[in-house]
Design a protein around this ligand. Structure first.
Ligand SMILES: Cc1cc2nc3c(=O)[nH]c(=O)nc-3n(C[C@H](O)[C@H](O)[C@H](O)COP(=O)(O)OP(=O)(O)OC[C@H]3O[C@@H](n4cnc5c(N)ncnc54)[C@H](O)[C@@H]3O)c2cc1C
Ligand code: FES
Length: 510
């Protein structure tokens, strides 16, 4: 059955179905496209996203798809959405057979892509240090872009690359099963010929001889190298606490350890009142566990979101039964009792420390790479040593919008940097200019944040916290640095798009 062409608004989308699958019909002038209705990341409803040129952007975490081919152009989605052939007969549009994602981009290889393909042969081995967001997306991108040489990923984690953001959210709350946590199946690594070495730490990099040394003594040669060692939780001494009573959360194993302890716990103290600490608090409350949060800040999340938003988030957690001890630190632990610096005593079966992270730059420093509060990279994400790239939480890169160098700890940024570093190993010469984006989830509230504002002069609130429908625009010298939103996904996407188009032009002006 077809649909009248006139029913699809120009520049708009409507949801329909083809067989038993949901489809988004998109009209651009006289052209109609039909693609899968759900994002391949977390099934976000794409019809509620944003269309721009040949792309459709997901409202939840800003993945980007090509509407002609269904191809996933940008993380956090990697797999294509379905796409169907569309036929217009008179005034009626028909969705016909599904197209093969790999074959639907029918363009002949350009001169440039032929040049790159011939350069591909020159690169014989790539080593990726780190099995996280940046590492996996780089490996995926290398294979997707035709690299056929040796590809080794070394990870200190004991499990394959996992959905780290989920570890403090649905997995910890008990609403996401363990099977959802690995980002890829074991077959993926076998099919793509990615040699994944787990539970192994790289201890040295000889950049002159192009050799990576593992703690086990094994050595790996590389033609190009990606450092994606991420960040490590800041450790904290709690006098009197047994080591089994203090947990950190970075890996799948950490999250499983917390879950095992939570199974019999009644009372947990979370030290740290920023994103991970508060997400953990929300997840433990969902399990009916008593939670006290101890934080140095007077108001949680002030540094990132500002005081007003911080108070709102604090009140949200309090309404779910979380107790806050702000402006306080832990003095010690005795048995099942925590003492704070003001002598307050709190019961705790165990403590989870979420006191921030430090970029894992030790290896880079030891190898003689330029390091300045992160591994310094250029706009192509190449370090001070040609052929050695860095991406993710460790990378400090030139931000095209501010003109300065920044380093962030965001999932989507790490994945997009992995993609850019990979194509640059293959000689694409692509500048990393994606706009920083992160999301954070607290109960049924998700905050999306686009841009980067370390310091701002004005934080303009539009909407209201009470309605949980708001946008906060962070500005300095009248320039928009970042926008945080709740229940305003399209505004968040539009902001990202606007900042994208500022791109390098803004940097050149500043
Ligand atoms: C619980 C939790 C929740 C989060 N939630 C969000 C969120 O909601 N939104 C968001 O934007 N961001 C979130 N983040 C942050 C996000 O996960 C990180 O920004 C992202 O994982 C960074 O990716 P990466 O590849 O740089 O590092 P990672 O993903 O940490 O990967 C680093 C890898 O390097 C390995 N490694 C380190 N040193 C060595 C070595 N010497 N040899 C071998 N391997 C080594 C590690 O074992 C690991 O495999 C969250 C983080 C955590 C921990
Ligand atoms: S659900 Fe689409 S980007 Fe996450």
């Amino acid at each position: 059955m077809g649909i009248p062409f006139a029913q699809i608004p120009d520049g708009g989308m409507i949801v329909g179905s083809a067989g038993d699958e949901d489809v988004v019909l998109i009209r651009r002038g006289e052209e109609i496209f039909a693609v899968g209705a759900n994002c391949t990341h977390y099934h976000g409803p794409l019809a509620q996203g944003l269309l721009f040129g040949d792309t459709l952007r997901c409202p939840l975490h800003h993945a980007c798809f090509n509407i002609r081919t269904g191809e996933a152009l940008r993380a956090p989605a990697f797999d294509p959405i379905a796409n169907w052939r569309v036929e217009r007969i008179g005034a009626i549009v028909f969705v016909r057979e599904k197209r093969d994602a790999a074959n639907s981009g029918s363009d002949q290889p350009s001169k440039e892509s032929r040049r790159i393909r011939s350069a591909l042969g020159a690169l014989r081995s790539v080593v990726i240090v780190g099995g996280g967001a940046a590492g996996l997306s780089a490996a995926d991108s290398l294979r997707r872009n035709g690299y056929a040489g040796a590809l080794t990923m070394v990870s200190a984690d004991d499990s394959p690359p996992c959905d780290r953001p989920n570890l403090s959210k649905d997995f910890l709350a008990g609403t996401a099963p363990a099977e959802w946590i690995p980002l890829r199946t074991p077959e993926f690594y076998a099919e793509k010929k990615i040699d994944l070495i787990l539970k192994s730490r790289v201890s040295s990099i000889d950049v002159n001889r192009k050799l990576v040394g593992l703690e086990s003594g094994k050595q790996l040669e590389f033609g190009a190298l990606l450092l994606a060692t991420g960040a490590e939780p800041v450790r904290m001494e709690i006098p009197g606490a047994a080591s089994s009573q203090v947990c950190y959360l970075r890996t799948f194993a950490d999250s499983r350890e917390i879950l095992a302890k939570a199974a019999t716990a009644q009372h947990v103290v979370v030290v740290g009142s920023s994103f991970i600490g508060l997400e953990v608090a929300a997840s433990l409350r969902a399990r009916g566990i008593e939670v006290d949060v101890v934080g140095r800040e007077k108001v949680p999340m002030t540094r990132v979101l500002g005081e007003e938003a911080g108070r709102f988030i604090q009140a949200l957690h309090e309404s779910h039964g979380v107790r806050f001890h702000l402006g306080r630190t832990v003095r010690g632990m005795n048995g099942r009792q925590i003492t704070l610096d003001d002598d307050t005593r709190i019961d705790a079966d165990f403590v989870i420390v979420g006191a921030g992270v430090r970029p894992a730059v030790f290896l880079a420093e030891k190898s003689g790479l330029a390091v300045d509060r992160g591994v310094s990279v250029n706009e192509y994400l190449e370090t001070s040593v040609p052929g050695v790239f860095a991406a993710g939480d460790i990378a400090r890169w030139p931000d095209p919008r501010s003109g300065g160098r920044i380093r962030v700890e965001h999932w989507v940024v790490a994945e997009r940097q992995g993609q850019t570093a990979a194509v640059n190993m293959l000689g694409f010469g692509e500048k990393f200019d994606a706009v920083p984006f992160f999301w954070s989830q607290h109960y049924d509230l998700t905050i999306n944040y686009v841009g980067h504002a370390e310091q701002w002069e004005d934080a303009e609130l539009d909407g209201s916290f009470a309605s949980r429908d708001f946008g906060i625009t962070y500005k300095r010298a009248s320039r928009v640095l970042a926008v945080a939103t709740a229940s305003r996904d399209v505004q968040s996407l539009q902001t990202e798009l606007g900042m994208e188009s500022e791109g390098w032009a803004a940097a050149e002006l500043s």
